[in-house]
Structure formats: C-alpha cells, structure tokens
Design a protein around this ligand. Structure first.
Ligand code: ADP
Length: 496
C-alpha cells in the first residue's frame, strides 16, 4: 500500500512527546512490512540533518496560499531508517518553523494550518495516487476538510483519510478567520454538523473537522476509544465521537524496539538482555547502570528503598499534584526519586521549581526540567520503578518502555495504562495499579511498592520477567492499522 503520514513530530529528530515515537515506530514497521511509506513534516530549524541517511532538495518551488499571498517552499527528501521523509521548508515572513521549537509559540495555529495546506499542495504537485493519507492530532487535522472541500484533484488521488487521535484534550480551537487564511471560508463551516466547536458557536474546532471528514478515526488504545465517548474524557467532542462511533477504532501503540533496546542501547553503561530467563544477569547490569547514573547526578544509592523515576511532560493530564506528593513520600520512606520533566503549563512552574529548590543537593532526590532523550534512556535502565499517575492517558509509552528495561511501572488505572499494566495481584502481574486520584491512593500503592521491593523479591522479579516477556513491538499494531486501511478503502463513510 502507498501510505503518506502527515505529522508535526517524528522521533528522535523532531520529538516533543509520544507522537514522535509513534510516527517513528509505526512508519518504520510499515516499511518493513513492504508498504511504500512517506512522511510529510515541517523542516523545523531544530532538526539536525546529520541524523538522516540521505537528504536532498526534492522540489524547489512548491507554492502555498495563505491570506491572499502565495508563499514559496522548498521540499527536501530525506531517508531515516528506511523511511522516506519529506520536509517542507517555507520562505515565510513569520519564520514559521524557524523558532527553535515544535510547539509553544503564540502562532501555533497559523503555523500548523499553513503546514496542513502546504502538505496538501505537495500531494497535488506530486500528482500520484496514494492509498492512505494518515493524519495525526490537531496540527494536521485541517488536511481532511481541505482535501474534501478545496482540492477535488487530491481527493481523487487519495484512497482514504485516516485520522489518529493521540490526545483529545488538544483540539485546535481557532477563530474562523484563521481557517479562512488557508482558503476555507471559516464562517461557512460554523455549523453543528461541520466544524463548529460544541461549546462555542463562533469557534472552529479542527479536530472535529478531521473526525467528520476522515474515513476512519483511530485512537491509541481500546480503553481510550471507549473513554472518549464520555463527558469525563471527551473534552466536549464526546457527542461527535458517539455519533460517528462506527468509524472509530482503538489500536494500542507499540514501541520502536531498536531504539528502546537495552541489548544495544548506546546510552547505557552496561547493556543487558531483554530475556527474562537471564534475570540475575539483568539485575547485575541494571545495578551497574544505577551506580553510574547516581554518580553522574551526584546522588547516593538508597540502602533500603527502590529508585523510582518519572519521565513526563508536566501537565495537568499527568497528575502533577500526585507526582509532587510521591516525590515527598518516596523521600520519607528512604527511597530515591528522579523526575525528568518538561513543564508545559505555567501555573505548574512554581510548585515544581520550589520542590527542586527544596531538594537541591539532596542525595536521593533529583528533579530536572529539561527534555533529555539520552538521560531518559539511562533512567529507564537504572530504575527499579516508574511512576505514572495520569488523570487520563490515551496510551502512554513510558510504561511500555520501562517494562522492556525491567523497570516496574506504577500507574493509575486509566486509558492505555489500564490496557497495558497488570496489577501485582493479577494472574500475570507486571506492575502496580491504583485507582483513585488521591494522595491516600498514592501512599497506599507506594506502601505496596516498598514492601514488595524490600520483602518479596520473588514477586518483584516475577513482575520484571513478565514485563520483559511482553511483546510491545509494532508488529501487531501495524497489522491492525493495515486492516483498518483496507476496510476504509472498501467502505467510505464520509460526507461526499
Ligand atoms: P505524551 O503524552 O507526552 O505523548 P507518552 O507517554 O505517550 O506521553 O510519550 C512520552 C515520550 O516522551 C516518551 O518516549 C518519553 O520517554 C518521552 N519524554 C517525556 N518527557 C521527556 C523528557 N523530559 N526528556 C526526555 N524524554 C521525555
């Protein structure tokens, strides 16, 4: 099949979170499965082009309309681990992708609307048929209404449009005039069955537009697919999702098992096998990784408690209050805690920076607020447990990565966490699961974690082994996507 992903992230060279990991892992697997895959991405200035196996100018003169002007773009063709990547580089007065960041500018909506239109212009210019155009989250959602309403020639070239919801919280809510900027007259889409936001009749909702115009909508775990039909998790789009539930599916994410492979991971002090029968060897080598990591961070090893890590965006979705509480609680119990997080919401800065100051130079507690991919690999390898108390979690990748690095996840029972971690008391335990979003629930689960770590080595090791034996690769998810692509090619469910 000929598959084109249009995305704002691709790991490792343009990664802000799990979306980048998913694009890397899924597209690479699709290439291995024999598909003809290409990925369209903005050419951010932060991309280090040295990572590519090859890169060349592919199109010198791609023109893209915006707000009465035509802007010139260069398209680069690169290859990364067998995947063809097209990087769109606009000569734009607002330096859209030359801002040292993927997200977080005041004009993110304008930037990604422009990119969406430029991607469609690129497909038009290529003028060759594509079986599936696969869109990801709000930044590329506008592609679906653009193709259906403004580019009839692209509509003829494309077999099906698939829209992936990686996180329904961020929907791309914009004033209609921003849609008009890219050529779709915003006001004419302000109706309930089109792009009007369910909560505000003067706002355009890009994610809603993609849900309506895509042939299939896929979210990243079966539980999250159910959850987003409810008021609690749907962020206002539950009505739209319920109405169109026939085209909704949930496919659990995988992880890219060459990148996340303790056997060959170049960031580790000592590599170790991903084979549960070598548990003693694994334990010894994890210990060496722990020692080196703690030394590099000027920390000391706890004599009794586990090393707990948390690698996350710090946002209300991720349960920030419970993270703060867990750090204090682990400290009191004599364990170690390392937080590697990027603070994504301004109000969260104060409490997290205050805690960082409180534990400055502490020997068992370390808080770091940067995005550091290499350090994240070292943490997964060195830790005993990973803490993830999300309020909601579409899939979650760090619990999958941690199991592959023999680090036991401690998670709240929601979304993809519910689908991937089996509690200590289950038949096939892989971690610790708690339900309530309360400090008492965190205290309770940490009590279990500490007592199991200190007094029940056989169970601790069993959980490690079960986690290691789990196939978290893209093998099965990629097969499921293939089936979804095939079925949507046969059965179109969009307004014509
Ligand atoms: P998200 O909701 O952010 O997409 P996921 O669990 O799906 O959460 O994916 C997060 C990905 O980003 C994981 O690969 C994780 O290791 C990585 N990550 C998150 N925060 C950081 C950080 N501060 N430094 C390095 N990697 C990070």
């Amino acid at each position: 099949m000929k598959i084109t992903h249009i995305t704002s992230e691709f790991s490792p060279f343009a990664k802000a979170g799990g979306l980048g990991d998913v694009l890397h892992g899924l597209s690479k697997k699709q290439v291995e499965d024999g598909h003809h895959v290409s990925v369209i991405l903005p050419k951010y200035d932060l991309i280090d082009i040295k990572v590519f196996d090859s890169i060349e100018i592919y199109i010198q003169d791609l023109w893209c309309y915006e707000n009465g002007n035509e802007f010139h773009n260069t398209v680069y063709k690169a290859t990364f681990e067998g995947v063809t990547i097209f990087l769109i580089d606009p000569d734009h007065l607002d330096y859209y992708f030359k801002r040292g960041t993927i997200y977080g500018t005041e004009i993110d909506s304008e930037r990604f609307l422009y990119f969406s239109r430029a991607a469609v212009e690129f497909i038009r210019k290529e003028n060759s048929s594509v079986d599936v155009v696969h869109l990801h989250d709000w930044p590329t959602a506008a592609v679906a209404p653009l193709v259906h309403n403004l580019f009839p020639e692209v509509k003829k070239l494309v077999g099906a449009i698939i829209f992936n919801i990686h996180n329904i919280e961020h929907q791309g809510k914009i004033p209609p005039k921003l849609l008009t900027r890219i050529g779709l007259f915003g006001a004419s889409f302000l109706s309930k069955d089109l792009l009007m936001d369910p909560a505000c009749d003067r706002t355009i909702n890009l994610m809603k537009g993609a849900i309506i115009y895509a042939d299939k909508v896929v979210t990243v775990s079966p539980s999250y697919a159910k959850e987003i039909t409810t008021k609690e998790f749907g962020f206002g789009l539950e009505g739209t999702i319920k109405k169109l539930h026939k085209k909704l599916a949930g496919v659990l994410n995988g992880i890219e098992t060459d990148t996340w492979n303790p056997e060959i991971d170049p960031n580790l002090t000592e590599n170790f096998p991903v084979n549960s029968t070598f548990i003693l060897d694994i334990l010894r080598k994890k210990e060496a990784n722990k020692k080196a990591l703690l030394h590099s961070l000027k920390m000391e090893q706890s004599t009794s408690g586990p090393l707990v890590i948390c690698i996350t965006r710090i946002a209300s979705q991720k349960g920030p209050k419970l993270i703060l509480h867990a750090i204090e609680e682990v400290e009191k119990r004599g364990g170690s805690f390392i937080l590697l997080g990027t603070i994504c919401e301004k109000p969260l800065e104060k409490p997290f920076l205050a805690l960082q100051e409180k534990y400055q130079d502490h020997k068992r507690i370390h808080l770091s607020f940067t995005f550091d991919d290499k350090l994240s690999h070292k943490l997964f390898a060195a830790a005993d447990a990973l803490f993830l108390p999300s309020k909601f979690e579409p899939c979650g990748l760090t619990q999958l990565i941690s199991m592959r690095y023999a680090t036991i996840p401690i998670v709240r029972k929601t979304g993809g966490l519910k689908d991937t971690v089996h509690d200590k008391n289950s038949a096939y335990p892989t971690g610790f699961v708690f339900e309530e979003q309360t400090e008492q629930a965190v205290d309770g689960v940490l009590e279990e974690v500490f007592s199991t770590f200190q007094e029940n080595t056989p169970l601790w090791q069993k959980m490690m082994q079960n986690g290691l034996s789990r196939d978290a690769s893209w093998k099965y998810p990629a097969q499921k996507y293939e089936k979804i692509y095939e079925s949507s090619l046969h059965k179109k469910q969009v307004p014509q």
